[in-house]
Design a protein around this ligand. Sequence first.
Ligand SMILES: *[C@@H]1O[C@H](CO)[C@@H](O)[C@H](O)[C@H]1NC(C)=O
Length: 320
Amino acid sequence: MNLVNVSTVTEFFLLGLSHSKDQQMPLFALFFTMYLVTVLGNLLIVAVIGSSQELHNPMYFFLGNLSFVDICFSSVTAPLMLRNLLWDRKTICFEGCMSQLFFLFFTGSMECFVLAVMAYDRLVAINNPLRYLYIMHRRMCLALIVFSWTFTALHSLLHISIVASMTFCGPNKIHEYFCDLPPLLALSCSDTSQYDLLVFTEGSFVTMSPFVFVVISYCRILKTILKIQSSTGRYQAFSTCSSHLTSVGLFFGTIFFTYFRPSSSSSVEDNRSVTVVYSVLTPLLNPFIYSLRNQQIKAAVKKIYHRMFRINTKDTGKCK
Ligand SMILES: *[C@@H]1O[C@H](CO)[C@@H](O)[C@H](O)[C@H]1NC(C)=O
């Protein structure tokens, strides 16, 4: 037992984005601001949807879920990364690294599934407007969300149980700011070829199927939209579609680039900037792309703001 422990890695060094000291403070300020905006923006959406009666319909429930997943997803990586930028101690224990990887998989694949559910919701709403509320009733919405959570949890458990049982005996320096799969596999001294196969098959299926589903849904939505007679209506619908597809393409594109390509072609520099896009930029941009341009959410925010403002002036009036 002791002999095994001697040669086993118990912690990893997360060397992160930059080695030079004078780059660390500006990077910290940048990522701290981005993380703050991500959490506040998404919290605002969850709160507004939860407290506005007129936003209680399937589309907004799913938007609220997307925001919730965005907060979780960015919180898996950002706090540790900020700590590593600030302090000189850049280590993470083995168990910490494995749990970070688990939650990265869990929230990351949940994000894929919620995007697919949202695309399905829009597809039904646009192609089948008369039966929309009949198809997307409360139980159906809950079932879609519960299924997504369960499936992604099982998927992440499968992967993490395999990675955690691998042996790590050699170097333990990760040239990234969080524990991600490709650098960990590169450090493992077990034979990873069979696991690579699982990543390529099951892993790409779990990521690819929501992506294909989203693209097919939006194409069918687009087809319906192109039949609309008024050109302003067409333009409006088209612009929502295109911004959704941009966000979807950015997120899935960077995931494919990180996980599903031959390891020989990966350069450390490329990888780092790409993981920043999917782990930091996607949860930051989602509230702006999906919600804050939405007229009904804007109106609900205004209403809440006015309500709070009125209450405040009343209260101060009473005190005097
Ligand atoms: C997520 O979706 C479910 C099912 O529609 C809904 O009941 C729940 O309120 C949503 N959660 C958030 C945070 O919006």
